[in-house]
Design a protein around this ligand. Structure first.
Ligand code: FAD
Length: 305
């Protein structure tokens, strides 16, 4: 099928983009990696496509005092190759899982967030890291926490006349460790189930831990699992190797899976299968993230000594 006819504009500033978006039926196009297939299937029939790629300021990727800001036109692959990505390790871990290199060369970080596919990697990362999105409209600018941004499958708080201008990811601290994993049917496919994890081992026996699961519900589901991790550590002692910690976490991970998986199943995998995936991935990645957090904070202790 071919896309229905539409007008195409390529404004050079955010103000002009917003003016174009105020027309009825106008829609942003960034990398086009999700929108173009949707147009081709006529699932969307915008009157005007507003291409944001000529707006220079939207290509900005910069390190700020406590994090990294990525403009709306920053490609996934550009971010992957930028040294600033080291400041946000979880983002660096997740990016290679998105489709294939060619897709990441066009697809943008903000476009993926705006598209809000329940099986996409970046919404889960943004929620896990407590990222914030800056959204512009003719009325001014607003900031939204990622955790409040996704409202349903393929639906966010962004209104048709609004433009996401950037997303801000807080920088990792020296006591944090991260985990990311997903299972897909083939390399490059969307996830059947996946987890994004942040652990802070400032207090090694009582770390804080946050896990976001995706591919298992209409939006990514985030849970604080600090207590479960502390309980597992108290069973195994502070120097528990990853494998022992993983075993100790299995019951907690199973409970988490029962709580978050609510797809009801589809052609790609039943609910029970997805629960198994979340249980396995969550216990493994939580143990790994904790081990990394402890290693990172040990280096810091050594440097201080
Ligand atoms: C074969 C294939 C495999 C893929 N595999 C994966 C995968 O494994 N994981 C994954 O996460 N994604 C995957 N994708 C999608 C890809 O990552 C897209 O790049 C991404 O979802 C959307 O980014 P984009 O810049 O291309 O957005 P576009 O396609 O240009 O836009 C997507 C939607 O977001 C809106 N939008 C875009 N930018 C803004 C903005 N700044 N403000 C407001 N609204 C905006 C558009 O209006 C549109 O509704 C795949 C795509 C293909 C074609």
């Amino acid at each position: 099928m071919k896309a229905a006819p539409f007008a195409y504009v390529r404004p050079g500033s955010v103000t002009e983009v917003l003016s174009e978006l105020s027309r009825d039926g106008a829609k942003v196009i960034a990398g086009g990696q999700s929108l173009v297939p949707v147009l081709a299937m006529r699932l969307a029939q915008p009157t005007t496509l507003v291409d944001i790629n000529a707006v220079e300021e939207l290509h900005t990727l910069r390190t700020e005092l406590s994090g990294v800001r990525l403009g709306a036109a920053v490609r996934q692959r550009t971010a992957q190759r930028d040294p600033a990505i080291a400041e946000v390790p979880l983002l660096g871990m997740a990016l290679p899982w998105i489709g294939h290199r060619e897709i990441r060369s066009r697809g943008t970080i903000c476009g993926s967030l705006a598209h809000a596919d329940p099986a996409a990697e970046l919404p889960a990362v943004a929620i896990c890291l407590e990222a914030t999105l800056t959204i512009a409209s003719p009325k001014g600018e607003r900031t939204v926490d990622a955790v409040d941004f996704f409202t349903a499958a393929m639906t966010t708080t962004v209104q048709p006349e609004e433009l996401i201008t950037s997303v801000y990811f807080p920088r990792a601290t020296e006591t944090q460790g991260f985990g990311f994993a997903e299972i897909a049917r083939r390399h490059g496919d969307f996830a059947l189930a996946g987890v994004a994890i942040r652990v802070d081992a400032k207090d090694r026996m009582r770390p804080s831990a946050r896990i976001t699961c995706f591919g298992i519900s209409d939006i990514p589901r985030v849970r604080d699992v600090s207590e479960q991790l502390s309980d597992a550590l108290s069973k195994d002692g502070p120097d528990a190797p990853e494998a022992r910690l993983r075993t100790a976490l299995a019951a907690a991970a199973e409970e988490l899976a029962a709580d978050v998986v609510d797809t009801g199943g589809d052609d790609h995998g039943s609910q029970a299968y997805r629960r198994q995936l979340i249980t396995a991935l969550a216990s493994r990645e939580l143990a790994r993230a904790y081990a990394k957090a402890v290693r990172a904070s040990s280096h810091t202790d050594e440097e201080k000594a």
